[in-house]
Ligand binder design. Structure first.
Ligand code: ADP
Ligand code: MG
Length: 163
């Protein structure tokens, strides 16, 4: 088999908010363990909705709000640690150091990172790279892998899509 995994990417049409949450459930399943997930896309593209789907599937019961001013929101759910970042207001990637950025990435945690472009140079490489775009009235998503571990996650995600 000669599948070129580095080129593997998954494209999805996501018609409504409910489906975005369901897509989050699939992402939660394939990222069990330590994973760095970049969530790219414009304001309103659905990054926080997707994060909510992921966190709720892990077992988080409350609301999930984008940590626009605090930059990061920690979650401990069923013994699993997750960090939800929104770097939109980060003026300089080095600021991440002040909020203890590197410590988050080194733990056995799931890191969901909105606006990863703002943390360029300081953020670790993404295992999974999710890009959301408008496809009105819904959205579309494209998922790529940035690491070998991410490629495995992407193949598992593809399996979930086909099942
Ligand atoms: P972001 O974090 O990218 O700024 P949000 O997750 O806050 O975006 O979503 C913005 C709006 O888009 C919300 O009102 C949400 O309900 C809606 N939304 C999310 N996903 C979809 C979708 N797949 N189709 C239609 N609307 C969606
Ligand atoms: Mg958001």
């Amino acid at each position: 088999m000669t599948v070129n995994d580095t080129d593997l990417s998954i494209e999805l049409l996501i018609d409504n908010e409910e489906e975005m949450v369901a897509f989050g459930r699939q992402l939660a399943e394939v990222t069990a363990g330590h994973a760095i997930v970049y969530l790219e896309g414009n304001l309103g593209a659905g990054k926080t909705t997707l994060s909510r789907g992921i966190l709720q599937h892990m077992g988080h019961k409350g609301a999930v709000k984008s940590p626009t001013y605090t930059l990061v929101e920690p979650y401990t759910v069923n013994g699993r640690q997750a960090y939800h970042f929104d770097l939109y207001r980060l003026a300089d990637p080095e600021e991440l150091e002040f909020i203890g950025g590197r410590d988050y990435f080194e733990e056995e945690s799931l890191c969901l990172i909105e606006w990863p472009c703002k943390g360029k140079g300081v953020l670790p490489e993404a295992d999974l790279w999710v890009t959301l775009d408008y496809n009105l009235p819904g959205r579309k998503a494209s998922v790529k892998a940035g690491t070998e571990k991410g490629q495995e996650m992407l193949r598992n995600l593809q399996g979930l899509q086909e099942s």
